[in-house]
Design a protein around this ligand. Structure first.
Ligand SMILES: Cc1cc2nc3c(=O)[nH]c(=O)nc-3n(C[C@H](O)[C@H](O)[C@H](O)COP(=O)(O)OP(=O)(O)OC[C@H]3O[C@@H](n4cnc5c(N)ncnc54)[C@H](O)[C@@H]3O)c2cc1C
Length: 575
């Protein structure tokens, strides 16, 4: 089936919905999403959204900008970070005005709490900057934006899985999608496409991410010729529930929670004397694993304790109700009386589709624009998070740059007509699916996926070495070859989950290769990328973004581009 729109937005998380609302009623816009819109991973965000409102104590956007630059280990582009930090208070008031039910202070202002890496006075002390709605912040924002987009008459294609970008003569002119309920292929022709497909945590064995976070948008853009930026920077959140990876928000430490080792020691005091448990995530994750390596994990195992007992039910059962519920249900502990067992869990992709602050995707090393292709949210790399994202900056990023992409798209679509789509598009996709369904091979997706997740977790997570990364790369490449012999046993056309898993696996394998290749190339330690064989940051060689371009049937081509530095020269990162 064929459809025509001015703009196709892929993804109904905060980035996609915010852009859709900006495009509003005058534009023919459709949102395609593989899960029902309000099931997007944004709805799982717990802790908060950062903005220097100064409602609880003095704050300023310059401090927010500085913290983000420092948190990024100086790899974030400072022009983009400045835009985000300055636009944050406006973004929060906009949410308030459309009905987001934030927690309030006693005088009725929007309440704020502390979060990792957010400080006052350029790093002097923790500051309360995170606006929140209990520990369901993403949920209330997502639901409110969704209602707003229904009001605006935006058309949703729920449970449609995009297969590819349609590119004609170097211009993006739509997407192909698979309708999950029927197995039908749809061709969406449009003047522009905005990818807002979120993260890719499912590449790793332990993750806080939803099942849908398989990096589809990044992978289809990469295969269509858009380079991926800084993919080696993968964030491990320090506090996932032991063995499961389900997130215990940093808000728990923002409200006063404490990490303890087997000896009951508050070990973060040793590593980050100024901000202790509220050090940035890359540091805290490494510190937890250092404790484990030194034999101070709980009972000698690979986890530590997050202690919330002293906060009492008045905090735990109100401001942290969701996560204390998770601890009871999934870890079987009573957080008012016992500590929660936690270990680092794959949480966030700092890298993504190389794009600028107006959402335009970059097509090459010269910084030329990929006509008609836009990206925003976690699948994009603007880059505001550099080598390590601070908590509460992602929800902000999705909204600030989702809105800016919408504005830019509005200008762009007025300047052009509907570009033609090649006649063969639908047939090509049908043939590809037929090959997967009827292939002669014997490989099954489950085994390949498990081996990929295992090797990425073991060799490409918090600690990395050249030999481990080389091993991981070889393994991923071998898995890609096995993928070519994959077969789908379910021949059905209605909710064929096996086929969808197979499609997602192709995307994850491509991204896993780029992550490992970038990590091997970057012979330094910066932010979330820690090389045991190169344990220090090397600004002389690596104060650059890594870009990876897809070459069919070959390894990715890696190149670099400079980091934009405006206000803050790189310094040693101490907390
Ligand atoms: C558990 C958890 C807690 C978090 N807490 C916070 C927090 O407190 N503060 C903060 O700032 N950040 C937080 N984050 C990070 C933040 O929530 C995410 O980075 C952000 O919400 C991503 O939004 P997005 O709009 O880019 O994508 P998502 O919300 O992930 O949405 C992706 C969309 O893309 C669609 N999609 C994907 N692939 C396809 C395809 N092939 N075809 C069609 N549609 C597709 C999906 O259906 C979905 O609608 C948290 C993340 C997690 C996992």
């Amino acid at each position: 089936m064929k459809h025509e729109y001015d703009v196709i937005i892929v993804g109904a998380g905060l980035a996609g919905l915010r852009a859709a609302i900006e495009l509003g009623e005058e534009t023919r816009v459709a949102v395609i999403t593989k899960v029902f819109a309000t099931r997007s991973h944004s709805g799982a965000a717990q802790g908060g959204i950062g903005a220097s409102l100064g409602n609880e104590e003095e704050d300023s956007w310059e401090w927010h900008m500085f913290d983000t630059v420092k948190g990024s280990d100086y790899l974030g582009d400072q022009d983009a970070i400045e835009i985000m930090a300055k636009d944050a208070p406006r973004t929060i008031y906009e949410l308030e005005h459309i009905g987001v039910p934030f927690n309030r202070t006693a005088e009725g202002k929007i309440a704020q709490r502390a979060f990792g890496g957010h400080t006052s006075g350029f790093g002097k002390a923790p500051v309360k900057r995170a606006c929140f709605a209990a520990d369901r912040t993403g949920r209330v924002i997502l639901d409110t934006l969704w209602e707003k987009s229904l009001q605006r008459g935006i058309r949703f294609f729920d449970e449609f899985h995009i297969l590819s970008l349609i590119v004609n003569d170097h211009q993006c002119c739509g997407v192909t999608a698979y309708e999950i309920a029927t197995g039908e292929i749809h061709v969406f022709q449009s003047k522009a496409v905005l990818l807002a497909t979120g993260g890719a945590g499912k590449i790793f064995k332990t993750t806080s991410n939803a099942l849908a976070s398989t990096g589809d948008g990044m992978a289809v853009a990469y295969r269509a010729g858009a380079p991926l930026e800084d993919m080696e920077f993968v964030q491990f959140h320090p506090t996932g529930i032991y063995k499961l990876g389900i997130l215990i928000s940093e808000a728990a430490r923002g409200e006063g929670g404490i990490l303890r080792n087997n000896e009951g020691e508050r070990f973060m005091e040793r590593y980050a004397p100024t901000i202790k448990d509220l050090a940035p995530r890359d540091m805290v994750s490494r510190c937890i694993l250092e404790e484990v390596r030194a034999g101070r994990g709980i009972d000698g195992k690979d986890y530590v304790h997050l202690d919330l007992t002293h906060l009492g039910p008045e905090v735990n059962d109100t401001k942290l109700a969701e996560i204390t519920g998770f601890a009871r249900t999934y870890a079987g502990v009573e957080p008012n009386k016992e500590p929660i067992p936690v270990q680092p869990t794959c949480h966030y992709m700092m890298g993504g589709i190389a794009s600028n602050a107006d959402g335009q995707v970059i097509s090459d090393s010269q910084g030329n624009i990929f006509t008609g292709l836009y990206a925003a949210g976690e699948c994009a790399c603007v880059s505001v998070h550099g080598a390590n994202r601070l908590g509460c900056n992602s929800l902000l990023d999705t909204l600030v740059f989702g809105r800016r992409s919408g504005k830019q798209l509005r200008k762009f679509i007025h300047s052009i007509g509907l570009p033609p789509v090649p006649e063969t598009t639908e047939q090509q996709e049908k043939e590809k699916l037929q090959r997967l369904m009827n292939g002669p091979g014997k490989e099954k997706y489950g085994a390949i996926q498990a081996e990929m997740q295992e090797v990425m977790m073991e060799k490409v997570s918090v600690f990395r070495t050249a030999s481990g990364l080389t091993e991981a790369l070889e393994k991923v490449r071998a898995l890609k070859q096995r993928y070519a012999r994959i077969t789908v046993s379910d021949q059905g056309s209605c909710f064929n989950r096996e086929l969808l898993d197979v499609l997602e696996l192709e995307n994850m394998l491509d991204l896993a290769e780029v992550i490992a290749a970038g990590a091997l190339y970057r012979e330094e330690s910066r932010g979330a990328h820690f090389r045991e064989d190169f344990p220090t940051r090397d600004d002389s060689k690596f104060l650059v973004h890594t870009l990876a371009a897809c070459r069919p049937d070959q390894e990715p081509e890696l190149f670099t581009k400079p980091v934009t530095i405006t206000r803050f020269e790189p310094q040693e990162r101490k907390y």
